[in-house]
Write a protein that binds this ligand. Structure first.
Ligand code: CMX
Length: 471
C-alpha cells in the first residue's frame, strides 16, 4: 500500500479498504442491543426489592482519605480484588491470555477480544474479533482539523496534553451530540454513544501515532490503516515499529491496561464527565487528563526515568545494597518510588507479573530487565519498613517502560499515551453501559469539616464558626 492514500499527512483508510469493509461490520451492536433490556430488567427488579439496603458505612477517615473503600459506584466491566488483582467480567489476566482470540501465529490476546468481553460479558469468537478489527479500521480516518491541530502543536507540549486536546476537538464528529440536538429519547442514548465509542477507538491509534511521529520523528506522514490487520498491528504500523514481537507486546499491553474497575482517576473522571451527558470524546479527554498525573498513568514514564538514572549511576550489574541505597535516596528526597504501591491492590499486580513473563520469554538478559527484577526484590521490604505504605508491591507501571525501551521505543514522555490508547477500551465500554442503564448525573454530597464534626457529635471548638459566634 502506498503513501498516496494519505490525506496531507493525515490518516485515512483507502477507498479500497473501505469497500472491502462495507460488508464486514462486527455484530457487537446487535449482541449488545439484545443484552441491554435484560440487564435493565435485572437492575429494576433488584432496586425494587433492595433499593434501600445498605452496602456499607462511610467513616470520617474515608471522607478525608480520598474516599478509599466507599462503595458508591457501579462498574460492570471489571472488578479489582485487593489480593487477586483485576478480573475482566470475571476473568483473570491469565484466563484472558488463555481464552481470548489471538492473532494468527500469535500468543497474546487481542484487545478487540477484551473489548468484546468488557461490553458483552462473553468471550468472543475469532470471527467476531475479526469483525471488530475491520470495523475499527473502517472508522480510523481523522478529520483534517484534528491533524492540523496536532501538526501545529509545539514539540514541547506533553504528548498527553496533545492527546487530550486532539480528542476534545474530535467531538465535532459526535453522533451523540447530533442525536441529542435532534431530541433523541433517553432510552436510545446508548446507540449514538456506541457509535462515538467505536469511532474514538478506531481513531485514537491514528491520533496517538500522529503525536508520536510529529513530536519525535519530525514527520506527519502516517502509513494507511489496513483492514486485514488487527488494531494493535495497525497501531504498530502507524508508529513504524515492524518487529512482530513488538506487535505481540502491544496486544498484551493494550489488553492489560484497558480497565481497572470504576474508581481509579481515569475511569472515574470519564464516567463523571459522561454523566453530565458530555459526549464520549469530551469524557475520554477529561479522563486522560487524570491519567496524565504522576500518581496515576504518568508513573510509567516516571519509572523508566528512575530506572535509567539508577542504571546510569550504578551500571549494568549493581549490588542489592547499591539499589537499596539508591531507593533510599529517592525516599529521603521526599519522592515516591514510582511503580510501587496502589490505592486498592495489596499484592503484586498481575499486570506486572504478565509483563515480567513476557520479558523473561523474549529478552531475559536485558540489563534493564535485570534491574527491574532486582528492584522487585529490594524495594518492597524497604517500603514495608517505612510503616505507612499500604502496598509495598509493584503495580502495572513498574515494568512497562523497560519492555518498550527494549524494542526501541525510548521516548518516555510518550508512554502514558500508550496507556491512554488502551484505557480507551475500558472507559468506552463503561460509558456505553452507563447510557444503556440511564445512570444519572453524578453528584455526591460534600460536607465542611464543621458539618462533619456535627454529624459525628464531635466538638468543633476552636473552629472559625465557633469563634465568630463567641464574638
Ligand atoms: N513510595 C514511597 N511512598 C509511598 C509509595 C511509594 N511507592 N506508595 C505510597 N507511599 C506513601 C504515600 O505517599 C503516603 O505517604 P504520606 O502519608 O506521607 O502522604 C503513604 O505511603 C500511604 O499511602 P498509601 O495509602 O499506601 O497509598 P495511596 O493509596 O495514598 O496512594 C499510590 C497510592 C499509587 C498513589 C501510591 O502508592 C504512589 O504514589 N505510588 C507511586 C506512584 C505510582 O506508581 N503510581 C501508579 C499507580 C498505578 C496507576 O494508577 O497507574
Amino acid at each position: 500500500m502506498s503513501k498516496t492514500t494519505l490525506l496531507s499527512g493525515c490518516l485515512s483508510a483507502s477507498t479500497t479498504i473501505i469497500k472491502r469493509l462495507s460488508s464486514s461490520k462486527s455484530d457487537l451492536k446487535a449482541v449488545l442491543a439484545a443484552k441491554i433490556p435484560k440487564e435493565q430488567e435485572k437492575i429494576k427488579a433488584f432496586r425494587k426489592s433492595h433499593g434501600k439496603s445498605s452496602v456499607g458505612e462511610v467513616t470520617v477517615n474515608m471522607v478525608y482519605g480520598g474516599m478509599r473503600g466507599i462503595k458508591g459506584m457501579l462498574c460492570e466491566t471489571s472488578h479489582l480484588d485487593p489480593n487477586e488483582g483485576i478480573r475482566f467480567r470475571g476473568y483473570t489476566i491469565p484466563e484472558c491470555q488463555e481464552k481470548l482470540p489471538k492473532a494468527s501465529g500469535g500468543g497474546e490476546p487481542l484487545p478487540e477480544g477484551l473489548f468484546w468481553l468488557l461490553v458483552t460479558g462473553d468471550i468472543p469468537t475469532q470471527d467476531q474479533v475479526k469483525g471488530l478489527s475491520q470495523d475499527w479500521a473502517r472508522r480510523g480516518q481523522l478529520p483534517p482539523h484534528v491533524c492540523n491541530l496536532l501538526k501545529q502543536c509545539p514539540k514541547h507540549v506533553h504528548p498527553m496534553s496533545q492527546l487530550s486536546a486532539a480528542c476534545t476537538v474530535l467531538n465535532t464528529e459526535s453522533e451523540f451530540v447530533k442525536a441529542y440536538n435532534k431530541g433523541v429519547k433517553k432510552t436510545q442514548y446508548w446507540e449514538s454513544t456506541y457509535e462515538d465509542a467505536m469511532n474514538l477507538i478506531g481513531k485514537v491509534i491514528g491520533i496517538a501515532a500522529l503525536i508520536y511521529q510529529n513530536t519525535f520523528k519530525g514527520t506527519t506522514d502516517l502509513r494507511p490503516i489496513d483492514a486485514s490487520h488487527d488494531w494493535s498491528l495497525n497501531f504498530c504500523n502507524l508508529l513504524c515499529y515492524d518487529d512482530p514481537t513488538f506487535a505481540e507486546l502491544m496486544r498484551l499491553y493494550l489488553t492489560i491496561h484497558s480497565d481497572h474497575e470504576g474508581g481509579n482517576v481515569s475511569a472515574h473522571t470519564t464516567h463523571l464527565v459522561g454523566s453530565a451527558l458530555s459526549d464520549a470524546y469530551l469524557s475520554y479527554a477529561a479522563g486522560m487528563n487524570g491519567l496524565a498525573g504522576p500518581l496515576h498513568g504518568l508513573a510509567n514514564q516516571e519509572v523508566l526515568i528512575w530506572i535509567m538514572k539508577l542504571h546510569k549511576e550504578l551500571g549494568d550489574d549493581p549490588s542489592d545494597e547499591q539499589v537499596k541505597a539508591f531507593a533510599e535516596n529517592t525516599l529521603k528526597s521526599g519522592q515516591v518510588i514510582p511503580g510501587y504501591g496502589h490505592a486498592v491492590l495489596r499484592k503484586t499486580d498481575p499486570r506486572f507479573m504478565c509483563q515480567q513473563e513476557f520479558a523473561r520469554k523474549h529478552f531475559p538478559d536485558d540489563p534493564l530487565f535485570k534491574i527491574v527484577t532486582q528492584v522487585f526484590k529490594v524495594v518492597p521490604p524497604l517500603l514495608q519498613g517505612l510503616g505507612k505504605v499500604q502496598n509495598p508491591w509493584p503495580n502495572v507501571d513498574a515494568h512497562s517502560g523497560v519492555l518498550l525501551q527494549y524494542y526501541g521505543l525510548t521516548e518516555m514522555s510518550y508512554y502514558t499515551v500508550l496507556f491512554a490508547v488502551s484505557r480507551c477500551l475500558g472507559v468506552m465500554a463503561s460509558l456505553i453501559w452507563a447510557r444503556a442503564l440511564g445512570l444519572p448525573i453524578e453528584r455526591p454530597k460534600s460536607l465542611t469539616t464543621d458539618l462533619l464534626m456535627k454529624a459525628v457529635g464531635a466538638s468543633s471548638k476552636g473552629s472559625k464558626k465557633e469563634d465568630k459566634k463567641k464574638c
